[in-house]
Design a protein around this ligand. Structure first.
Ligand code: GDP
Ligand code: MG
Length: 679
């Protein structure tokens, strides 16, 4: 039949809700976004009163009628659901209209009632809960018969309506009475009068809930009456009447249309199936049916579902590798994605209960943000690296004029500000609420980079000092040791202190305090200075002990001896005249040489106090020592060992060697006399 789907049994004889209703809706509506632009109508009336026939003629639906399927539907109780977008009207055989869903309620006849009162009550409650218009279909002869099935039904409808909307005064239902086989002898107006009188009588007999005691029928219902000619006897007039009715259903003009906004339940169509199913389950299990609660339940479920769809849409459109070097590119893309996703959500979810819609919108925004954060983080990682290497570059650039600490502070601030500016761009565009964790992480990374650079800088300074000390010792201390006098160690110490203070002069704040200008605390600076001294002392230790070995001591003594022995007080070479002269000079020179043996083998000052370094000696320089504790470290040298240069036996051997060499010198001198005198 093309445009209309066959009707389905929404609720079957076993009072079960049809589980394939959703598919049916999808088939009817296809891909159209209906929202709340649809209507629901229910039809009540005794069996075989021509309900289905009317619906099919009016709405182009395909409900079973008795003619078509022989007698079958006599027993097919339940609620049937049909769909249409076309209505029979006077102007056109089938005028297009908004989606219209029609519920054909197949009850039972008076005779069989009793057992099925339960179903009728449930069906009425269900119809009221979901539809805008209730058509009550009846034969003309039935009007005015109090005991008629229809009146019992109407009493039920009034009751269930009060139970649902008694406390609510913004919702109404239209009761549309369709009188069939209207012969015309009794005008519609008097039929209407009779019916209204009956309805008011039923209403006033009704036990009304609290708060509604004085309410009127018209507070909850609008009433409309219409009559149709005999279908078999006056087929043309019947169709004419049907089309007149159709005009009232299809009209969009307020006042002319049967539909009014206050009849609508304002539930988006995509939630309708779930809503209807839930309502029926509540009714069927005899639970209290509370429509606002049901609507919220549906709203929760649906908005969540829509939110998931929206997120899926975002992920589908998310570029696999969103690597943008340019912030504006990235921000633009993210903004696009965000609005794509939120638009999708808003379009479908905003029709549901506002608080629920807003709640899920917030959740969705969080999810979007989390996704964005991953991408932004990746982007920021690249920026971070750039900024950090710039900091490193700034700090390694040589500039005598600006102290390292100042440079470091400036570079750090420059990088930090630049990074913060980046973050601000993202938060300003509301792509993420906060990036404070990124900020913190970068701050830590910056600190680390700065401290690495300052450690490097410090190490350089300390090395430079060590080199300077070392070359000072090699030059000046060497000279002193090679030409010792009795006050050798006073001079060595004086020179040593001078070398150390010359080498560290750049870092001295005053005599006591040092600042290596890498941002250390006073205490840390002091530690480094101590380390510097420790290195210097170690250097001195190694030099002294390395140089003043047995052989060198012998040669120093010999030099000293020879200078005294071979040269006179004016530094002129002596000429020997006799052996006596030689013996005298030999004695003096030997004494003179051996005079310094003590100072060469034991380092002590002129007050005979052994030299002891005032800092612990270290075995070398490495990074940890610059930062950590090193006081208690076990070095390879001990401070007390500094003074002890030659052992007693070394000293004895040195003396022996020296004496032998001195004797040789004397013998040579004596030979020279012999040679001169024999000439
Ligand atoms: P339903 O059980 O209320 O759905 O009634 P049906 O539409 O199946 O119709 C029951 C019987 O009444 C069928 O045989 C129809 O042909 C007949 N019928 C339908 N409409 C009219 C009508 O307007 N007047 C008369 N007299 N019979 C009708
Ligand atoms: Mg029927």
């Amino acid at each position: 039949m093309g445009e209309t789907e066959e009707a389905i049994q929404l609720i079957n004889e076993e009072k079960e809700f049809n589980s394939s209703t959703l598919q049916y809706f999808q088939k009817c509506v296809k891909e159209r976004d209906v929202g709340v632009d649809y209507h629901v109508i229910s039809v009540f009336g005794s069996q075989s009163s021509g309900k289905s026939t009317l619906l099919n003629a009016l709405f182009h639906t395909q409900f079973d009628t008795m003619n078509a399927k022989v007698k079958r539907q006599q027993t097919t109780k339940g609620i049937w659901l049909g769909h249409t977008t076309r209505i029979a009207t006077l102007e056109n055989s089938l005028t297009p209209v908004k989606d219209l869903f029609v519920l054909d309620v197949e009850g039972s006849d008076g005779a069989e009632r009793g057992e099925d009162q339960d179903f009728e009550r449930k069906a009425a409650l269900f119809a009221i809960a979901i539809s805008e218009v209730l058509i009550v279909n009846m034969w003309e002869q039935q009007v005015g018969l109090y005991q008629g099935n229809n009146m019992a039904l109407l009493k039920t409808v009034f009751e269930v309506n009060l139970s649902l909307f008694g406390h609510q005064n913004d919702h109404k239902v239209l009761l549309l009475f369709v009188i069939r086989d209207h012969v015309g002898v009794t005008p519609l107006s008097s039929l209407q009068e009779t019916l209204e009188a009956e309805l008011n009588a039923i209403w006033s007999d009704l036990a009304k809930p609290e708060g509604c005691e004085n309410s009127s029928l018209y507070d909850f219902f609008d009433l409309k009456f219409t009559a149709l000619a005999h279908k078999v006897l006056q087929p043309d007039l019947f169709m004419e009447n049907v089309k007149e009715l159709g005009n009232k259903f299809s009209s969009e003009t307020p006042g002319k249309s049967f539909f009014k906004p206050e009849y609508h339940h304002n539930l988006p169509l995509d939630g309708w199936t779930m809503y209807a199913g839930n309502c029926w389950n509540q009714i069927e299990t005899n639970k209290d049916l509370d429509l606002p609660t049901q609507q919220i339940l549906v709203a929760k479920f649906k908005t969540e579902e829509i939110s998931n769809q929206a997120l899926a849409l975002l992920l589908e459109n998310y570029p696999v590798d969103l690597h943008c070097r340019e912030l504006s590119d990235l921000a633009g893309k993210l903004q696009e994605l965000k609005s794509l996703c939120l638009q999708e959500y808003d379009t479908y979810a905003s029709r549901y209960a506002k608080p629920v819609y807003m709640d899920n919108r917030r959740d969705l925004s969080h999810k979007i943000e989390n996704k964005f954060k991953e991408t932004i983080s990746k982007f920021l990682d690249v920026q971070k690296e750039d900024l950090l290497s710039q900091v490193e570059k700034d700090l390694t650039e040589r500039s005598r004029s600006t102290p390292f600490v100042t440079k470091m502070k400036e570079a750090r601030k420059k990088a930090f500000d630049a990074f913060e500016e980046l973050l601000l761009q993202f938060t300003k565009l509301e792509l993420v609420a906060s990036l404070s964790d990124e900020n913190e992480a970068f701050s830590i990374a910056l600190d680390e980079a700065c401290s690495n650079q300052s450690r490097k800088q410090l190490k350089q300074s300390v090395n430079r000092i060590s080199k300077s000390v070392s070359s000072g010792i090699k030059e000046d201390i060497f000279f002193l040791l090679a030409h010792p006098e009795l006050d050798l160690w006073d001079k060595v110490m004086e020179k040593f202190n001078e070398i150390v203070s010359d080498s560290t002069e750049r870092y001295a704040v005053d005599d006591e305090k040092f600042d290596f200008q890498v941002g250390l605390s006073e205490e840390e600076n002091q530690k480094v200075y101590k380390k510097v001294r420790s290195n210097a002392w170690t250097n001195l230790y190694e030099f002294v002990h390395g140089y003043l070995n047995e052989d060198n001591v012998v040669s120093i003594l010999r030099d000293r001896f020879e200078n005294k022995f071979r040269y006179d007080e004016h530094d002129s070479p002596r000429l020997w005249r006799n052996e006596e002269e030689i013996d005298n000079a030999f004695r003096v020179a030997k004494e003179h040489a051996l005079e310094v043996l003590n100072v060469l083998s034991l380092a002590s000052n002129s007050d005979h106090v052994e030299i002891v370094p005032d800092v612990p000696l270290s075995s070398g320089l490495d990074d940890e020592e610059l930062e950590g504790e090193y006081e208690d470290e076990e070095g390879i040298y001990h401070e007390k060992g500094f003074a002890h240069i030659l052992t007693a036996s070394q000293r004895e051997r040195a003396v022996q060697k020296f004496k032998r060499q001195a004797n040789t010198t004397v013998i040579e001198a004596k030979r020279s006399i012999i040679r001169t005198t024999t000439h």
